[in-house]
Design a protein around this ligand. Sequence first.
Ligand code: TRP
Length: 339
Amino acid sequence: MSAPSFTPRVFSGIQPSGGLTLGNYLGALKRFVDMQDQGTHETVYCMVDLHAITTWQDPEDLRRNTRELCAGFIASGIDPERSILFNQSQVPEHAQLGWIFNCVARMGWMGRMTQWKDKAGKNAENASLGLFGYPALMAADILIYHATHVPVGEDQKQHLELTRDIAAKFNHDYKTDFFPITEPVIEGAATRVMSLRDGSKKMSKSDPSDASRINMTDDADAIAKKIRKAKTDPEPLPDSVEGLGDRPEARNLVNIYAALTDQTVEQVMTEVAGQQFGQFKPRLAEVAVAKLAPIGSEMARLMNDPAEIDRILARGSERAREITAPILARTYEIVGMVK
Ligand code: TRP
């Protein structure tokens, strides 16, 4: 049997569960924009509000964070005409296919997910059932579009492998080749942006120290100050990538610089070899302010008109459903649901 060919289509999602950081921008948004601008794939981007509520979200916060995330997508360069941009809950086929996949995925697969183990911790008894099933809904997000490529950070790799396992088991159990085996796209210098205070921890919106992260809503002064104060070691920068090996803080700043200037880390090393941080940090701050400050102010401008944001999301979910409705209908048919 020859494999069916699928339309080249990119899908990815971000949880509206807090403010956006430089980590979200470099690890996700900027790469989403690049894929949109390449024009070789359809691009579908989603605010995964159903995923967000797998841990408690105050309803007002969730509403504000969803709109702010939408503003962040647009301010970063996502064009809601060229890409499909929407929030997950408004396209019911995500949850509907998610249910089917709850019945395909195995408890053992879910129990092995490191994100589940980290998030549920010792208190798994008290975690929501939704948190346990999170990866099955994520598989549905992707496969309800027959997406062929999914840009994500390093930490989502295991979930994408599970997505492939779910597609393969569905295809096998129902003797079909309906779902594609999706390719993860994990590349670039900054698929993992680390804390500015501790190079061994991921930059996170939930870190108690605001100095550990750059928020996309920080103004130019705040951005420059956080970079100036970022933790480093006393050595000058090395002349090769290998020289960054056991220097997590130095490596993080170089990665950020590479991603912001669209260079490889190797290219950056030839530029910065031998520099002291006193020289490198102001240069990094300059580049970061030039890129990020305009995005922050555009986000603030968009947030002044929430009705316009809601219209953009509503239009996006209408366009999304043109793809998802027929794929769900066909899935139901394959599974044996009588219509
Ligand atoms: N789990 C992803 C994260 O936390 C978010 C997400 C949900 C996602 N559904 C997705 C990412 C589908 C890619 C594709 O980053």
